[in-house]
Design a binder for this molecule. Structure first.
Ligand code: HEC
Length: 189
């Protein structure tokens, strides 16, 4: 009699433990489901922001100046440079050359390729040879050296245009200033 009471008690205890464990397992199940749902939501938000960032990047890329726009700026600085040096305004010449170099560097960063010509590589070589000589002539304040290296730079401009399939873009020495609202001579004061 006493023995069967123990067995019964033991069984009841087991049953209680099983019920508790079952409850735990099912509540864990809901927790896992909740976590999954939260993860899904976080992932969807993340996907949304990635999509938005991609769209922003596409807009930014489109509004970035292209090689043609950089070239127009290069042409303007090259024109101003000619008149600054003609007027022996070496400070302005240095400034215009720096602007020209900066624009060439910016154009380099586009990593453009035209008709199989890697534009950045050619720009780099022009910067290191012809443009470097131009800088030397300005430093030495030598009109003769300046003219020679200016012409050599223009040859390099046109050399690349021809090589890249733009032979019809031919740059020459300017015959009149690119702007009329700037003085080329050094100011008296
Ligand atoms: C490394 C090659 C390269 C060099 C060097 C180069 N150009 Fe160009 N240039 C190009 C290419 C390519 C284009 C056509 C770009 C386009 O429209 O996509 C171009 C276009 C131009 C244009 C036409 C822009 C327009 O919209 O009317 C001018 C002007 C120009 N270049 C001036 C110059 C001058 C000045 C120099 C030298 C100081 C020079 N370029 C050096 C490759 C070069």
């Amino acid at each position: 009699m006493k023995y069967s009471a123990y067995v019964f008690g033991g069984l009841a205890l087991c049953l209680i433990v099983i019920v508790i464990l079952f409850g735990k397992v099912s509540s864990l199940g809901t927790e896992v489901r909740d976590l999954n749902q939260r993860n899904d939501r976080a992932f969807a938000t993340l996907q949304d922001s990635v999509k938005r960032a991609q769209a922003d990047l596409a807009i930014a890329k489109e509004s970035m100046p292209g090689l043609g726009e950089y070239m127009t700026t290069i042409q303007l600085h090259a024109g101003k440079l000619w008149f600054a040096a003609k007027a022996s305004n070496w400070e302005l010449s240095q400034y215009e050359l720096d602007e020209l170099k900066e624009t060439m560097e910016a154009a380099k960063a586009l990593n453009a390729e035209k008709n199989g010509v890697k534009i950045s590589n050619v720009l780099d070589s022009v910067l290191q040879t012809q443009v470097a000589q131009l800088a030397e002539s300005i430093k030495r304040k030598s009109p003769a050296e300046f003219q020679k290296s200016y012409d050599e730079t223009l040859s390099a401009c046109n050399g690349c245009h021809a090589e890249a399939g733009y032979k019809f873009i031919h740059i020459v020495r300017p015959s009149s200033p690119p702007v009329t609202n700037q003085r080329w001579e050094m100011s008296a004061k």
